[in-house]
Write a protein that binds this ligand. Sequence first.
Ligand SMILES: NC(=O)c1ccc[n+]([C@@H]2O[C@H](COP(=O)([O-])OP(=O)(O)OC[C@H]3O[C@@H](n4cnc5c(N)ncnc54)[C@H](OP(=O)(O)O)[C@@H]3O)[C@@H](O)[C@H]2O)c1
Length: 269
Amino acid sequence: MSSLSKRLSGKTILITGASSGIGRSTALEFARSSPDSLRLILAARRLDSLKTLASDIGTEVGNGVQCLPLQLDMSKHDDIVSAIQNLPAEWKNIDVLVNNAGLVKGVAKAPEINAADIDVMFATNVTGLITMTQEVMKIMTKRGESGQGDIIMIGSIAGREGYPGGSIYCATKAAVRTFTDALRRELIATRIRVMEIDPGQVETEFSLVRFGGDKDKADAVYKGVEPLTPDDIAEVIVFTAGRRENVVIADTLIFPNHQAAATVMHRKS
Ligand SMILES: NC(=O)c1ccc[n+]([C@@H]2O[C@H](COP(=O)([O-])OP(=O)(O)OC[C@H]3O[C@@H](n4cnc5c(N)ncnc54)[C@H](OP(=O)(O)O)[C@@H]3O)[C@@H](O)[C@H]2O)c1
């Protein structure tokens, strides 16, 4: 058994946004990395996709990994609070939180940005992430002598630099980044690790959601470039959670080879 498998074995891991893309790949990667003993709480709005994922994990790695599909809207404060408080006792002791759920809507520029789009991006990417973190921290701070566990935020290159047509999404990811930095400082006397992973371009349903389901527009985003796959990010998330407890991979930026900044890409014509 690898060191990583040993360290992850027996843990309870909550992944938000597990129905698609990076979250789905992360669940599979955790299951493959520690197939003997793991509990995965798979959260998102699309319960059918979560059930399919749970069944795929069972087929691939067997019964050592137990899955709990959890239907949850991360834009609703009260739903997050009650979902965590009402977890069955054997699922409550969350060791690792992967705060991955998030979305972008549209490419509008100020002053034409739709108010509902602004609200849903902030409610999901920022307020929901903070609420979830606070609820799970209530569990983590009671563990061990001074608190123990992993909180992994999925930020974005968009949180480090604004780009035209992405101002609100960029602002939400910048908020995640600053909240994460402050939290790491607040928890300095605990064994809770606060870590952020910022992907560059990854091909998932992200662009499909951005363009309201318009596949042609979503496909155009990836034309002539080779984006990361969600598995590429999942591998880094699992690696980060699988380090020795005294090792904190605090901050990671991951690009595909063609990308050097949010809008600096080499496109083959
Ligand atoms: N793809 C990229 O290029 C890229 C780059 C940098 C960062 N990221 C970040 O990576 C994370 C994952 O995105 P992805 O690329 O994997 O996109 P994706 O395939 O669209 O997956 C997004 C996930 O978030 C969930 N989600 C969205 N709104 C939600 C809500 N209100 N409540 C609960 N879950 C919600 C979705 O589940 P349901 O629809 O079932 O609820 C889905 O599982 C996001 O935070 C995104 O900002 C992506």
